[in-house]
Design a binder for this molecule. Structure first.
Ligand code: BES
Ligand code: MN
Length: 445
């Protein structure tokens, strides 16, 4: 298939409005999964759409031939919501190329990245009529909402999914043209709390001073999650945290100045964070507490003198080895209950969570991945950890007993989860090459 056809097919995939968190797009999720199944079948793979209590899983396989390793390639066809949609320079589901960069929701995270692997396999099959390894594609539709149904799916299909290694392109590259092997991911634990004060919104002049304001208490509890050194104050939060290893601190210190790049990419006036660690170390290997949403009181134009009857805060914690997500949620709950004054009532709802991941980048398979990256980009790969989370990766280890090679193709300015998400055509091509080389290297390993 020529390259224009490959791009056209990626564009077809990018046009599906597969927003997993929004129930209005349920049918788009089904349509996108059906499209993938049809694509895999055209390639000559056995492919099926598997229903789950949520969005379907797409599973495709080559014939399992003895005497060669089995490689499972994981990706996700679901995407994040597009708002604020007015900040996009072209419609999020109308893929548009400007200066050889593809703009579309899901272009990087994760359709462009996993589809490059699909096309790599297709090219190899076309050229040789065979593959150097047995292939399983597992493309899910719930990654962006915490993969609630994938873990049970792995368990119930463990025999069918048995493999020697997993490969995933859903992480970043440290820079353009810089091949990157990610050997660790942070975990995540989400939690929302709501504070209820008066039974109705109150006049803030009549009652102010005698009644606690839920918005104010929410702000105090939230601010209280960190001390002056930007360390998380939740009692026991750091107990299980493993220190960074010397070799990784040394390697990361040699990378292009993370701090200057982060200032440039984010536009913040100054960086912030835990004392004693570089910005990269804080992003990749230290745990955090974040506020993802906060609300209460009057949100409209002008002023309104009111004490809103309730307020809410959405929190997420990024976790590192060996913090256990459920344990952390318990600690956070205890912390909030202890520090919440009795002038309001607190309701805590635990959200999705998933563990961190860490593997040895110098294992046989890790070295095969490094060799493939080196050949695909003609440059020595960089070894990093990442701050983002792909919760299912640790489940591959727990349920299938295998490591996951994280061969990211996302650039630092890919705008994942934000307006104008983009993926350079150059990275799409590199992904196709990388897949072909990776399967060869894994077959040799
Ligand atoms: N591709 C990302 C994960 C990622 C991003 C890893 C950057 C490394 C670097 C993935 O699609 C994602 O966004 N995951 C969510 C998971 C969560 C919703 C459970 C995340 O990290 O917020
Ligand atoms: Mn994502």
């Amino acid at each position: 298939m020529n390259r224009q056809n490959e791009l056209n097919e990626l564009f077809e995939l990018l046009r599906f409005q597969s927003i997993s968190t929004d129930s209005r797009y349920k049918q788009s999720m089904q349509d996108c999964a059906d499209w993938l199944v049809a694509k895999f079948q055209r390639m000559g793979l056995t492919a099926e759409k598997h229903a789950t209590p949520g969005h379907p899983v797409v599973l495709a396989k080559s014939e399992r031939k003895p005497g060669r390793p089995t490689v499972l390639i994981y990706g996700h066809y679901d995407v994040q919501p597009v708002d604020p949609v007015e900040e996009w320079n072209s419609p999020p589901f109308e893929p548009t190329i400007v200066n050889d960069i593809i703009y579309a929701r899901g272009s990087t995270d994760n359709k462009g990245q996993h589809f490059a692997h699909v096309l790599g396999v297709e090219e190899t099959l076309k050229e040789y009529g065979d593959l150097p390894v047995n292939i399983i594609f597992l493309i899910e539709g719930e990654e962006e909402i915490g993969s609630p149904n994938l873990d049970p799916f792995l368990k119930s299909h463990a025999a069918e999914l048995a493999c020697d290694v997993v490969a995933v392109s859903d992480t970043g590259m440290v820079g353009r043209g810089m091949p990157t092997l990610t050997y660790g991911l942070r975990g995540i634990a989400c939690l929302e709390f709501r504070l209820r004060g008066p039974k109705i919104d109150l006049h803030s002049g009549i009652y102010g001073g005698a009644v606690a304001n839920p918005s104010m208490v929410a702000a105090q509890l939230t601010a209280g999650l960190h001390d002056m050194d930007a360390r998380v104050t939740v009692e026991g939060f750091y107990d299980a945290v493993q220190p960074l290893q010397d070799w990784e601190r040394e390697q990361w210190a040699k990378l292009p100045d993370g701090e200057a790049d982060t200032l440039e990419q984010t536009g913040v006036p100054k960086l912030h964070g835990e004392a004693g660690y570089s910005a990269l170390e804080r992003r990749w290997a230290r745990p955090t507490a974040e506020v993802n949403g906060i609300g209460g009181g009057y949100q409209g134009e002008g002023s309104k003198t009111v004490i809103g009857k309730s307020a809410f805060v959405k929190l997420s914690f990024r976790l590192v080895p060996d913090q256990k997500p459920t344990e952390i949620l318990k600690l956070v709950r205890a912390h909030l209950e202890k520090h919440c004054p009795d002038t309001v009532r607190i309701e805590i709802e635990e959200g999705h969570h998933g563990p961190s991941y860490l593997m040895d980048p110098f294992s046989t398979q890790g070295k095969a991945a490094q060799a493939a990256l080196q050949k695909a980009f003609n440059r020595e790969p960089v070894l990093i950890r990442e701050g983002g989370s792909i919760p299912i990766v640790q489940s591959f280890k727990d349920v299938l007993g295998v490591d996951t090679l994280l061969l990211g193709l996302a650039l630092p300015d890919c705008q994942a989860h934000a307006p104008n998400e983009n993926f350079p055509v150059e990275n799409f091509d590199a992904g196709i090459r990388l897949n072909r080389l990776l399967l060869e290297e894994l077959a040799k390993a």
